[in-house]
Design a protein around this ligand. Sequence first.
Ligand code: PBG
Length: 330
Amino acid sequence: MVGAGFPVRRMRRLRRTPALRRLVAETSLGVDDLVAPLFVRAGVDDPVPITSLPGHFQHSVASLVVEAKRLASLGIPGVVLFGIPEQKDAVGSGAWDPEGVVQVALAELRSALGDTMVLVADLCLDEYTDHGHCGVLRADGSVDNDATLELYQQVALAQAAAGADVVAPSGMMDGQVAAIRTALDGASRTDVAVLAYAAKFASGLYGPFREAVDVTIAGGGDRRGYQQDPRNGREALVEVALDIAEGADIVMVKPAVAYLDVIASVAARVEVPVAAYHVSGEYSMVKAAAERGWIDGDAVALEHLLALKRAGADVILTYFAGEVAEAMRD
Ligand code: PBG
């Protein structure tokens, strides 16, 4: 009985001490859950700071290797690579050039790290096209789905040859997973896994990333003609089911915190691992508010990433990976 005169279930009993709270915690975040996104830029000798992503750089191949080794020593099991070529063109040929910056970086990382770190290559054309779209354009300026698939196949083969363990198609073309799986299997690269950006929404939260990779979409355009409409949750389940049927080994939801409902419903339905991409804008918002002293950035970062685990994510791509791993080690 309490003061109010009725029996109350005492929920606070299990919150009394840190040990009790640890004992009954349903969810935990570990360094093993994390994949760190990294940027590598052709033709630079020193890393170039990315102002919209504080603490992150457009790396040279040499500084990329140093950073990846540091992340590996913190216990982080994977990195995902994005490239910034010296020259962009209409078809994004730097994406599959054997001498392209990501291919060179993959080979260097593989020789420096062996199998201690999973090397994931983002597979898209937008960093390499002069118009900034994720595929090639028709004369009327629209993205040609099937012509793009043929190029994605070449990118997958180049990334696999350079040493990628996992290729991660992020362009939201229909049939991209099947096209890539077919190309890899045809080249006897059945060992290379596909992490599909399966439910990727057209989001304002990718803003800082576009600065990071020097991408401006031509004519003030956007990606709503191929990325998902944020108003649709059930449609994400169709995308995920299609990607699994096409051979995806891991399915990803992106962005993350604004799409926890999607992560939870995907995790409840699929048997393959589920990844969540805590994207550039999610990172930068936390950093900017923390810089102003409005929030405790470290606490909010952990809260965000734990929320993704609670929703059912097995793998988390996050710009906080290094910081969080350092905090866990200390
Ligand atoms: C496309 C790609 C994007 C991101 C990852 N892969 C950009 C986009 O779709 O516009 C965004 C990642 C982020 O914002 O952190 N290659």
